[in-house]
Ligand binder design. Sequence first.
Ligand SMILES: [Zn+2]
Ligand SMILES: [Zn+2]
Length: 299
Amino acid sequence: MRVVSLVTHHSSRITACPELVEGACQPPEFPKSQTLVIVNRVYFHFPDIKKGSGWAKEVALDSASPKIKLVELIETLRDLVFPPVCANCRKVGKQICSECHQQIQWVKKPICSRCGRLVVSDQIVVCDACMKRPLPLKQIRAATVFTEPISTIIHKMKYEGAFGLGSVLAELMVSAWNEWEVSVDMVAPIPLHPDREKKRGYNQSALLARWFSQQLRLVYVPDLLKRTRFTIPQVGLNAEERAKNVQDAFAVDDYQLNGKHVLLVDDVCTTGSTLAAAAQVLLETGAAAVSGYCLARAM
Ligand SMILES: [Zn+2]
Ligand SMILES: [Zn+2]
């Protein structure tokens, strides 16, 4: 028997059962070769999850779980009929499979206390780049290192329309937040230019920021910042060119910031110049401090 996933009573997400050790969540008797999916203690089992046929041969409902949410059930059944595939390796089952999840490189100390780049020793408080050109941000932190598999998965979310990855990737930011947690008053995404957002259909930073704020019950202000002009992508530009490219590219949308600490969320941070340009305008508009939190940090 293979236990695939469990939907908790209080969430619409499919997550691995925290206490799940294969065989520990004992449902009714199923042959070993079959796949078991537990949804709010409704047990479904399938001959072979990869074949896509013979679904829902048997459904057993545990009477101890009265709170079965229809939405969760529909979402789960949808995933069973159209099973998610791993955004990196295409394996069927999860949007990020456990093998790829294990390969994710989390940002670990020692890091620069300002920009969050990895440094060689914990004796180094501030890195060379921050010594030469201090950022206006209180600090930048990131959940992961921008390398495989996370770089491929972010590419899928940004450029291949896989906006459904937003919540899965934001969950990585939520789980790493314990390490970096700072007290902030509100969370805002780095905005895209309206033309680019219209073309893409969504702002990937807003997907991350919204889910992250919801999970941590932080105040989320989606329209705090707006882009005032179109900027070319930062990829391929050096630090100086990046800073120039985003200079005066942001404005605060009619919002009182009196002494607030704003957390800006972005998908990827390289030199920090985008976050710095956005932070600058927030500070000029009355924010007491601005920090940045990214899904991935190019080191
Ligand atoms: Zn994978
Ligand atoms: Zn630094």
